[in-house]
Design a protein around this ligand. Structure first.
Ligand SMILES: [Zn+2]
Length: 166
């Protein structure tokens, strides 16, 4: 790992930043390059990641049918948005979105947490209760849809339906 002094200045303390480039290989994403700008004075760090392996744009659908399905492993790539049409819920990829490995339950929980931030509206409370019902025992059957232009996301189940995007 080489580090180079750059002409850029630290946004915190105005010292010169150092640049480090590192290649790596990670599960699900394959080859990546990590670009790090670091300030030796105040430890400020700015990290960006280039992903080199792109798959075919695709949509992955998974219907939750029982409590066991909640434990299904999901990899959501940074490009993927998550929809649950029955709940009219959606998680969009943000600018600083990172890929992560989670479970179906983890996705439902993060939607529930997002709803908590949105406040105390009656519709939101109803939606939150429905999600709690699904988490506690699959009270209703809903569909998780991952829409991913990088094609790297996956849901580890033999019951997934994969639709290629044009
Ligand atoms: Zn600094």
């Amino acid at each position: 790992m080489d580090e180079k002094k750059t002409e850029s200045r630290c946004p915190n303390c105005n010292s010169f930043l150092y640049y480090i480039e590192a290649d790596n290989e990670i599960p699900y994403e394959g080859k990546i390059t990590i670009h790090t700008y670091v300030c030796k004075n105040c430890n400020y760090k700015n990290i960006t990641i280039d992903r080199h392996e792109k798959g075919e744009p695709k949509i992955i659908k998974f219907k939750i049918k029982n409590k066991n399905d909640l434990k299904t492993i999901v990899y959501r790539s940074p490009d993927a948005s998550v929809h649950i049409p029955e709940l009219e819920a959606e998680i969009s990829p943000g600018i600083a979105s990172k890929g992560y490995i989670t479970t179906i339950e983890g996705i439902l929980t993060s939607i529930k947490e997002k709803l908590s931030i949105m406040g105390d509206d009656e519709n939101i409370n109803v939606l939150r209760q429905r999600i709690e019902g699904i988490i506690s025992g699959a009270e209703e059957s809903v569909t998780i849809i991952l829409d991913d232009d990088s094609g790297q996301s996956r849901i580890n189940s033999s019951r997934v339906e994969i639709i290629k995007k044009k």
